[in-house]
Design a protein around this ligand. Structure first.
Ligand code: NAG
Ligand code: NAG
Ligand code: NAG
Ligand code: NAG
Length: 832
């Protein structure tokens, strides 16, 4: 007999809840020691701490001389665990250099938690409050000159690569002894600390911190924001989470929020081990009823930290328990007043699931003030009536490791910044980069003499004005020939006349200008005297000097005199693609023109992805970064955010999220991993933009329409995309070409990168769309060249040219391009 489903469901739900609350994490390595005690004891009635006084060899204790004591007058509420202690007097070891220690075998190498409990009391002969000592973990000094007069639990999280973990105690000469009450050592859940996606918080940088899992971390604060204290009893990893009230800087700004439903854990987001349910089920949100505050304000917390300049890991926990539906909440995160994460959209980060937990790691250098400030506030994108921001939990961990040797390339730049501390310093770095590139170029030259001009074509632009150029010397080959004097730029832009401004970006202003030889140029000037954007500046020069293509905006030169950072590009008469779609007085492009522009941009992007040995990911594809020249030829611009692609067997580049809202790959958000498929996603959004002539994100529209990609895909799924096509072109599009175009755009916007086509496939499909438009039947969407293919499939292309020459624009990797015919234009158009 079958049960009615509505009876079973509540039961299942109940069962589900029950199962969750009792399915605890079981660490592989798990050592709990009740130091100095004769008996085993439990702590918070859940875990058993074993006595270390049992027979030698079985207690992990390695020492020649130690004393176990119990508290003669334990306070009434003192846990049994804290009523006994092991004391290590100095000279404990006969060979005075080896200290007393505990040694634990490690069966599961990787990240481990180590908690050391110190509960000083007064015993005959030993007043533990006067003890002073060092603690080392596998020889690494984690506590120096430690002394306490109240209960302290020190927690360290670190990777153990050895098969043994040794915790040593070294008394200072002055006190003559050290002590310990209890020890916890256990393996952390897999992926508790990961290397990907850690953002380095320094002004205006897209830096990442690449080696987090190798650092030794010491927990400083662990806060359940907006909630109650969570004790080890309720926490999956036996942690303690304190309340946030006393850290709130303006209490009236915040309001507690809580949820009665357990969080919707999503794979790829946070897990119950990252933080317990209680943390994600409570938060502080903006107290918008507070009449004294403006419509937009921040909620801010100040956490006391060491006043030295040291790095901290700041892990912020989020779970949208305040919105009634997805895509309502957009907020900014500030750390120490720097914009650490702009336009956080928890819906996008979390598969469009509400109340799905998530955490974001930041590595922050403290500013020496002794306070770490964290603020959340509404983003510009939020609807003013619903503007809100929230925070569910905070963990602050000090990074103990010596930084210099343990950080990735991103961090190296920062060390240089700190040391040199000036723009000039930055240019030292530039020089180094130049030298590196020169070396590479030189090597290439040797092996590929015939191609050398392809890689140094900028001399054609500047060669005439640079007579120093001598073949064979360093300066003949690279940046020097690209240098333009400040005076020339100044006169060419009428001394940066405001009326010549054609754009403003994060980097600075863009002016229209001309050079001495009357070449029209666009001049991008970084804010004078500021180091802002230096990494982008360097990145752009490095990348642009390596590539040249008909569908990529060329760098004409640069200027770095007088602490200026100026980039000079070829001038694009018709400006950004967007201004020919909507929001300007330009007459809208025809469908055929739009297709040609898309094909051109796809070519440029394809060249970026495959044209150099490493491949380059653009990172910021959008309709304002596709520029049109005199003849409406599309060129991809703005490589300031570009990164070289993955090398060898890596399949992604991890990096701080940087890019433009509405175009950002949702997978990149979730996993903080950047692939060329992230560009494909953004390009798909551009395709929809071209078709529908509206912005990628329009916060003023009703919710379902805010995000163009989502909205368009919904219509596409209903088979009614034609309903939202730009009315200006609706009657020009043949149904077969619309169908193919829409399929292509939809595939580009697939949730997962693996499901998206490569840009080469996209290019092929767009050419097909154009052919269908030109020659296809008026109403029959039958395929002429076969169906759109799965990503990565090789095929012959419908090239109009007969040129079968390989794309020699790439650096010897042409072999990876299967359908050389399709891309023959890469070759024929590349020479300028
Ligand atoms: C403590 O527990 C361990 C393991 O369960 C056991 O081997 C040992 O005998 C116990 N010690 C005492 C003093 O009860
Ligand atoms: C911790 O667990 C106990 C027992 O289940 C419960 O009474 C208490 O409310 C929990 N604490 C929190 C902060 O949820
Ligand atoms: C929020 O705080 C940041 C950093 O202190 C500040 O730049 C920003 O203007 C503040 N926003 C509002 C709305 O007060
Ligand atoms: C990370 O740091 C560890 C410890 O210093 C070092 O051994 C390792 O090579 C580093 N890895 C990377 C990728 O920098």
């Amino acid at each position: 007999m079958a049960f009615p489903i509505n009876l079973i469901l509540p039961f299942l739900f109940f069962f589900y809840l029950t199962r969750i609350s009792f399915s605890a994490f079981t660490p592989t390595d798990n050592y709990l020691i009740n130091s100095g005690a004769n008996t085993n004891t439990s702590f918070f009635s859940i875990r058993s701490f074993l006595s270390d006084s049992s027979k030698p060899g079985s207690s992990f204790l390695i020492t020649d001389r130690s004393i176990s004591l119990s508290d003669p007058n334990p306070p009434p509420d003192s846990p049994v665990l804290y009523q006994s202690v092991r004391i290590f007097p100095s000279g404990g070891s006969s060979s005075s250099s080896s200290p007393s220690s505990y040694k634990f075998p490690v069966t599961n190498k990787g990240t481990h938690f180590i908690r050391l409990h110190f509960a000083p009391f007064k015993a005959p002969r030993f007043n533990l409050r006067s003890a002073k000592f060092q603690v080392l973990i596998n020889g690494f000094l984690v506590m120096d000159g430690f002394s306490t007069d109240s209960v302290v639990v020190k927690e360290f999280v670190l990777k153990i690569d050895d098969s043994v973990l040794e915790i040593s105690f070294l008394p200072s000469k002055s006190s003559g002894f050290g002590f310990i009450n209890a020890i916890e050592v256990f393996s952390a859940p897999k992926d508790y600390i990961i290397d990907q996606g850690t953002k380095l918080v320094i002004p205006n940088s897209a830096q990442i911190f690449s080696n987090l899992s190798s650092q030794v971390l010491e927990t400083v604060h662990r806060i359940n924001v907006g909630g109650l204290k969570v004790t080890p009893f309720n926490d999956t990893l036996w942690r303690t989470w304190l309340v946030d009230d006393k850290y709130l800087l303006l209490k009236g700004a915040a309001k507690r929020a809580s949820s009665t439903h357990p969080p919707n854990y999503q794979s790829g987001g946070a897990t119950r081990e990252i933080a317990p349910d209680n943390v994600y089920m409570t938060a502080q949100e903006m107290n918008r009823e507070n009449q004294e505050l403006q419509a937009r304000f921040n909620i801010s917390w100040g956490f006391p930290i060491e006043s030295k300049r040291v790095l901290h890991l700041v892990r912020l926990h989020f779970c949208d328990i305040v919105s009634s539906s997805v895509n309502q909440l957009y907020f900014n995160v500030f750390i120490n007043d720097y914009l650490a994460f702009r336009d956080v959209d928890l819906s996008t980060l979390n598969f469009h699931v509400l109340a799905a937990p998530l955490y974001i790691d930041f590595v922050v250098e403290s500013d020496g003030s002794g306070v770490l400030r964290i603020s959340v506030g509404p983003s510009e994108l939020s609807n003013p009536l619903r503007a809100n921001a929230l925070l569910n939990g905070v963990e602050v961990m000090r990074i103990l490791s010596p930084v210099s040797s343990k950080v990735g390339s991103g961090k190296k730049n920062i060390v240089v910044w700190i040391v040199v501390g000036s723009v000039l310093g930055g240019f030292l770095l530039l020089l180094l980069l130049v030298l590196c590139v020169l070396c590479v170029c030189k090597r290439k030259k040797k092996t590929k003499r015939s191609e050398s001009t392809r890689w140094t074509p900028m001399r054609r632009f500047r060669g005439s004005s640079n007579s120093r150029t001598t073949e064979g010397t360093v300066s003949s080959n690279g940046y020097h020939t690209l240098r333009i004097s400040f005076a020339e730029i100044q006169s060419g832009t009428n001394n940066f006349d405001r009326s010549l401004v054609i754009g403003v970006g994060g980097f600075g202003m863009v002016f229209k200008g001309s050079l001495n030889d009357n070449t029209k140029v666009a001049v991008k000037r970084g804010v004078p005297g500021s180091r802002q954007g230096l990494p982008e500046f360097l990145s752009e020069i490095t990348i642009l000097s390596k590539i040249r293509h008909r569908h990529l905006v060329s760098l004409v030169g640069y200027c770095e005199e007088q602490s200026e950072m100026i980039l000079v590009y070829e001038y694009m008469d018709k400006g950004p693609l967007r201004s020919h779609l909507y929001g300007s007085s330009n007459s809208p492009l025809s469908w055929k023109q739009r297709l040609e522009v898309c094909i051109g941009a796809a070519r440029g992007l394809h060249y970026l992805h495959t044209g150099s040995s490493q491949g380059i990911i653009h990172r910021d594809i959008k309709s304002t970064n596709i520029l049109l020249d005199d003849n409406f030829v599309a060129k991809v611009a703005d490589f300031g955010l570009s990164r070289s692609g993955p090398c060898l067997d890596e399949t992604h580049v991890s990096t701080g999220v940087k890019g433009s809202f509405g175009y950002l790959d949702p997978e990149y958000f979730r996993r903080q991993q950047l692939t060329d498929k992230s560009d494909v996603y953004s390009f798909g959004v551009v395709l929809f933009e071209v078709l529908c002539a509206r912005p990628a994100v329009d916060p003023l529209l009703v919710r379902e329409q805010v995000n163009l990609a989502e909205w368009a895909i919904e219509w596409q799924k209903k088979g009614m995309l034609d309903q939202i096509v730009d009315p200006n072109i609706a009657d020009q599009i043949k149904p077969c070409s619309l169908k193919k175009f829409a399929e292509t755009a939809e595939k580009c916007c697939a949730d997962y990168g693996v499901d998206r086509p490569t840009i080469g496939d996209v290019l092929w499909n767009l050419e097909h769309v154009l052919q269908l438009q030109e020659s296809g039947p008026l109403d029959n969407p039958e395929e002429v060249y076969g169906d759109v293919t799965e990503p990565g499939t090789a095929r012959e292309g419908p090239s109009s040219g007969s040129n079968t020459e390989r794309d020699s624009g790439d650096d010897g990797t042409s072999g990876i391009i299967n359908s050389s015919q399709v891309f023959s234009q890469l070759m024929t158009n590349a020479g300028r």
